[in-house]
Design a protein around this ligand. Structure first.
Ligand SMILES: Cc1cc2nc3c(=O)[nH]c(=O)nc-3n(C[C@H](O)[C@H](O)[C@H](O)COP(=O)(O)O)c2cc1C
Length: 254
């Protein structure tokens, strides 16, 4: 058996950083600063080409092992929108929005996506052996659940006595968290991209996830991460001035 280092990373191609576009950080901070959760939207729609670009940005979010265990649903028909608004408890951030999207965490898809990744490596034909090792050994150790979760429950803490060892994901609930992390990052990309395009958004977890799963015909292990509404804010569409707690409650240096 090949001995593999736990969680060795797949390194970037050496010249990946060479061809960087010229960046304007000011524009980025304007996007960040002007993004506000919008509760009341104007009725202007969002052009499909804008939505296409924003979806593309959402799909480029960093995600664990690049296994992309996420999905994004645009709820487009008026019948489905009506049901989704109800499932979002009728809140105005949903009911006034011209567009509604649902970010779904799919921990159940890691094996399929792992296989797709290996197919992509074969197609490329130039992937280093350690990349193959990562997706044939490490991901299987890290993400397999069922009986193997019990092996990990014993093995990882023992290994952890003498060396740094990943403590999760172990079982199914860890895998839920694992998938939600990446899915939420995708939602963040989506909301910032919408703002960069001049549109506004509101993330929502005030919703009936079971009803939404039914509406989208999702399997049992799929998880609603958040609903995100989008459109153009009205003058009174943002509730109050933004505030955050003191920076030293958030940012620590050790
Ligand atoms: C995971 C998550 C769930 C949220 N759920 C709701 C919600 O159900 N309804 C709502 O009006 N706002 C919701 N929000 C928006 C937050 O209230 C908002 O982000 C926060 O008040 C900060 O304001 P800002 O986004 O304008 O900076 C949610 C935000 C996040 C990240």
């Amino acid at each position: 058996m090949v001995k593999v280092k736990m969680f060795s990373s797949v390194s970037a191609e050496p010249d990946a950083a060479m061809d960087m576009p010229k960046l304007d950080a000011g524009v980025f901070y304007d996007v960040v600063d002007s993004r506000r959760s919008t509760r009341i939207y104007a009725q202007d729609g969002i052009p499909d080409e804008v939505i296409d670009r924003v979806v593309d940005a959402a799909q480029k979010a960093p995600n664990s092992s690049n296994l992309q265990c996420w999905e994004l649903y645009r709820v487009a028909s008026s019948e489905n929108k009506e049901k989704l608004v109800k499932a979002c408890l009728g809140q105005p951030a949903a009911s006034t929005a011209p567009e509604l999207f649902v970010f779904v965490a799919r921990p159940d898809l890691w094996r399929r996506n792992n296989a797709w990744t290996l197919q992509e490596f074969d197609r490329r034909g130039n992937m280093p052996e350690r990349a193959y090792q990562y997706f044939t050994k490490i991901t299987r150790i890290a993400y397999t659940q069922g009986v193997f979760a019990w092996v990990k429950r014993l093995w990882f803490p023992l290994r952890g006595l003498t060396q740094a060892t990943p403590r999760e994901p172990i079982g199914r609930s860890d895998m839920r968290v694992w998938a939600h992390k990446s899915t939420a990052l995708s939602a963040a990309h989506f909301m910032l991209a919408m703002r960069a395009e001049g549109y506004d958004t509101c993330p929502m977890e005030g919703m009936d996830s079971r009803r939404i799963k039914k509406l989208l015909a999702l399997p049992r292990r799929a998880e609603i991460c958040m609903v995100v509404s989008a459109g153009k804010r009205t003058a009174k569409g943002v509730y109050g001035e933004r505030f955050r707690f003191a920076r030293d409650t958030f940012y620590h240096i050790r």
